[in-house]
Design a protein around this ligand. Structure first.
Ligand SMILES: *Cc1c(COP(=O)(O)O)cnc(C)c1O
Length: 434
């Protein structure tokens, strides 16, 4: 086995990382093991994971119940094709998802990643209208500052600036962007906030298959929290203009915002919903696209009468088995209380950042805490300092954000927010220097 230094040297020149360059000089660490809320790095240092491996590891790492589910499934079978075959993990997981999600959602398509689940959602919306003879309804309306994934369809409905649409302008589908919601979570939006959407629906509704949004929290596009009232008015407008509504709950699902799904804050149901990330508790890659009976039965009755998508590893038995175990574990846990405690801990622990020069805003919703700075964070400066302070998070742009595993103790949460606050204080001091 190579040394840590050899691994990193090879990696830098031969392996792509998310949103990275080859041969770059970004900090890079090896992980030796992970348990509870802690990662052990290659040099033996332990860091508290404050970001749940990007929303996923809600129960922390090396969770006995999840390991057991995988072991049991491995000894039965690890994978079989899903064409013409089915199995208990897929059926039981689908039953549980349909129980937990808003009642109108009645069917499940298992995909291998969030981006693919979004592609499936977009294709289902188009095929739904096709089955109804509305062949011209193929475009999508979406919000600025949104993020729905990295594949072409998903990218076409993600923010044009952060998604660098100009690079892909000749190959990307042209969708309709409306301004991001502005009324904060917990407040009531004025009717005028949806006027741009209403106008586009009046002009182009006949060519629009669906509106796609991340409910309540715009994640990777800016970590912004917006009002439930916006979602309610959006639902009303979609119904009025005969356009489907897609909620992308890939980041918000499974309790992160304080409700099992963020749609519940608005007490509405979408026509199509995507889930992913925390679905397997962060153990394996799996996502799903759920639709109403109306969408699935209409689509199935059209021509060709089949939904035209089918991944090779669809409903992988290991992934569905561990997703079932993770979701059962979540439902059986006092997750609402834990998320509420994390919310309090984040508010207290990050409050000191709000008054620092160079900090634009501190905001907390459920188990998500965000410190927005007035200038972009230099990862090369901050990442080693965060690791030295004993925490693992991954700032991007002007955002330093936390979303710890739900099992984090009050003491570890204090250590996490303390370390992050100290590093931010040091950073703003350093960047304020002339
Ligand atoms: C992460 C994310 C995706 C993409 O999921 P991948 O598994 O990375 O493909 C899509 N939508 C939202 C809201 C996400 O947060």
């Amino acid at each position: 086995m190579s040394t840590v230094a050899e691994m990193i040297a090879f990696d830098r020149n031969h392996i792509w990382h998310p949103y990275s360059a080859l041969g770059g000089d970004q900090p890079l660490y090896t992980v030796r093991s992970a348990a509870g809320v802690r990662l052990t790095l290659g040099d033996g240092r332990e860091v508290i994971d404050g970001i749940s491996s990007w929303w996923c590891a809600i129960h922390g790492y090396n969770v006995p119940q999840l390991n057991a589910a995988l072991e049991e499934q491995i000894t039965a079978f690890s994978h079989v094709m899903f064409g013409g075959l089915t199995h208990a993990p897929a059926v039981e997981l689908a039953q549980l998802l349909l129980e937990l999600t808003p009642q109108p959602l009645q069917s499940v398509f298992f995909a291998d990643s969030g981006s693919v689940a979004v592609e499936v959602a977009l294709k289902m919306a188009i095929q739904y209208w096709h089955a109804r003879g509305e062949l011209q309804k193929q475009r999508f309306i979406t919000l600025r500052r949104g993020y729905h994934g990295d594949t072409f369809g998903a990218m076409s409905v993600s923010d044009p600036d952060t998604g660098m649409h100009t690079i892909f302008q000749h190959s990307l589908l042209k969708q309709i962007f409306i301004p991001a919601p502005v009324t904060p979570f917990g407040e009531i939006p004025p009717a005028t906030e949806l006027a741009p959407l209403q106008q586009r629906l009046e002009e182009e509704g006949g060519r629009v298959a669906a509106v796609i949004v991340e409910p309540i929290v715009q994640g990777a596009g800016g970590m912004r929290f917006y009002s439930a009232g916006y979602l309610q008015q959006l639902r009303t407008l979609c119904d009025h203009f005969g356009v489907l509504l897609i909620h992308d709950e890939i980041a918000t699902g499974f309790g992160r915002t304080g409700k099992m799904f963020a749609s519940e804050h608005a007490a509405i149901a979408p026509d199509i919903m995507t889930v992913g990330k925390a679905l397997t508790g962060g153990v394996m890659t799996l996502a799903a696209t759920l639709t109403t009976e109306e969408v699935s039965s209409t689509l199935s009755s059209g021509t060709p009468g089949l939904f035209m998508h089918g991944p090779t590893f669809m409903a992988n038995p290991l992934a569905t088995a561990v997703a079932l175990a993770s979701t059962r574990l979540l439902v059986a846990s006092p997750w609402q209380q834990r998320v509420a405690e994390i919310e309090r801990g984040l508010k207290q622990g990050l409050a000191g950042c709000a008054t620092l020069p160079g900090v634009a805003e501190v905001r907390v919703l459920g188990a998500i805490g965000v410190v927005e700075l007035s200038t972009a964070v230099d990862l090369r400066w901050i990442q080693p300092r965060l690791v030295a302070a004993g925490v693992w998070i991954r700032p991007f742009g002007r955002l330093v954000y936390l979303m710890p595993p739900y099992i984090i103790s009050a003491e570890d949460l204090r250590a996490l927010t303390h370390a992050v606050s100290e590093v931010i204080a040091e950073m703003v001091e350093y960047t304020q220097e002339p």
